[in-house]
Design a binder for this molecule. Structure first.
Ligand SMILES: NC(=O)c1ccc[n+]([C@@H]2O[C@H](COP(=O)([O-])OP(=O)(O)OC[C@H]3O[C@@H](n4cnc5c(N)ncnc54)[C@H](OP(=O)(O)O)[C@@H]3O)[C@@H](O)[C@H]2O)c1
Length: 330
């Protein structure tokens, strides 16, 4: 076994952030930790922030991003996890300030590890990754409030990682989805995922936001924040719920109390990275059983480590569609 591994490393050189593939020494296994041979990682928006020097995500460089990793345990200092176990790690500090899945090896606390569920291949698991469990947590929050939505559920950022999986999951559950997208040529992609209606972001944003607009949705899964979230809030029907997980549109949210006090709607924040490991296991079991959407077949692009840089630029510019999976070792 080699005592080095390859990783996509971001260096900070005179306020510029530059990436390259480097050979790194194996970390030494600590008590309560595992060393994992990462076979797959995937690209999430947060990875692009880390790779481009966002100090709110990653404080110091050189650093290897990658908030998702799926692979096999190489060495373990936890009695419940043994060499060869197939596992998933998403979130917590992975890819933020703990070297992440863009390296062929990760060294993480055993408490971050979810065993790969039966009925889910490693490739299927990584096609979900953090985007998938964020979408699943959002869908779970919608279903916990509304059994059978009478109006469609709105999904914003619909072609993105979280959005596209949310469209697929809700559609799989027989719920009508209205996909809100900025991409004019994405209709077929969104219809293939099951979206019933598609609204272009510019059309959705064309009129003034009213405190209480005509109700068009029973619920909303918002992945972008800003004025898109404000509009969804004003258009959700009585006792509906809107989930909020992202900020690619804006970190700001303007609204009034009226949707809350006159329609009884709920705004549910989603923080998948720091969710308790028991909740992550619950979501992965759902994804491996009744929420299986065969997503990996239609909407993932598989790349090698040395093909990451342009994909990072694409996600930063809001142009990514579906999921990008990194396959190590080829
Ligand atoms: N809270 C959590 O637990 C959690 C977990 C994962 C991700 N996130 C956050 O969720 C967001 C989405 O993550 P992701 O990995 O799915 O990213 P992504 O793949 O880049 O998807 C984001 C999508 O948002 C849309 N979009 C891009 N720029 C926009 C703009 N200026 N205004 C409105 N919409 C825009 C685009 O879809 P369309 O072209 O289809 O509109 C884009 O594909 C990010 O903010 C990420 O940090 C949060």
């Amino acid at each position: 076994m080699s005592d080095t591994y390859n990783a996509f490393v971001v260096d900070e050189i005179e306020d510029q952030f530059k990436s390259s593939i480097k050979s790194l020494p194996l970390p030494e296994l600590q008590d309560g930790f595992v060393l994992i041979d990462v076979l797959y990682s995937s690209l999430n928006y947060k990875d692009a922030l880390s790779a481009s020097g966002n100090k709110g995500v990653t404080k110091s460089y050189p650093f290897t991003p990658g908030i998702d990793a799926v692979g096999k345990i190489r060495q373990s200092k936890d009695n419940n996890l043994k060499e060869g176990d197939e596992v998933i790690v998403t979130g917590y500090d992975l890819g933020m300030n703990t070297n992440g899945g863009f390296g062929e090896i990760i060294h993480v606390p055993s408490g971050w590890v979810v065993p790969l569920p039966n009925n889910l291949s490693m490739e299927e698991a990584i096609s979900f990754g953090t985007a998938g469990i964020t979408a699943a947590a959002s869908v779970d929050a919608v279903l916990s409030k509304i059994d059978a939505p009478e109006l469609p559920v709105a999904v914003s950022g619909a072609t993105g990682g979280v959005g596209s999986i949310a469209v697929g999951l809700l559609s799989k559950l027989g719920i009508d989805v209205t996909a809100i997208t900025g991409k004019e040529n994405s209709s077929q992609f969104l219809k293939n995922l099951g979206a019933k209606n598609i609204i272009l972001r510019d059309d959705f944003s064309s009129e003034k936001i009213r405190p209480l607009d005509k109700t068009k949705f029973s619920a909303g899964v918002d992945t972008v924040g800003g004025e898109i979230l404000s509009r969804i809030i004003s258009q959700v029907d009585r006792h509906g719920v809107i989930t909020c997980c992202g900020n690619v549109n804006s970190i700001k949210l303007e609204t009034t109390v009226f949707p809350f006090i006159l329609r009884g709607i709920a705004l549910q924040g989603i923080d998948s990275a720091e969710s308790p490991i028991s909740y992550k296991k619950y979501l992965w079991d759902k994804i491996a059983s009744e929420w299986q959407i065969g997503y990996s077949k239609s909407s993932i692009k598989i790349i090698k480590l040395n093909e990451l840089a342009p994909e990072i630029d694409k996600i930063l510019n809001g142009n990514q569609q579906g999921r990008v999976v990194v396959k190590h070792g080829e």
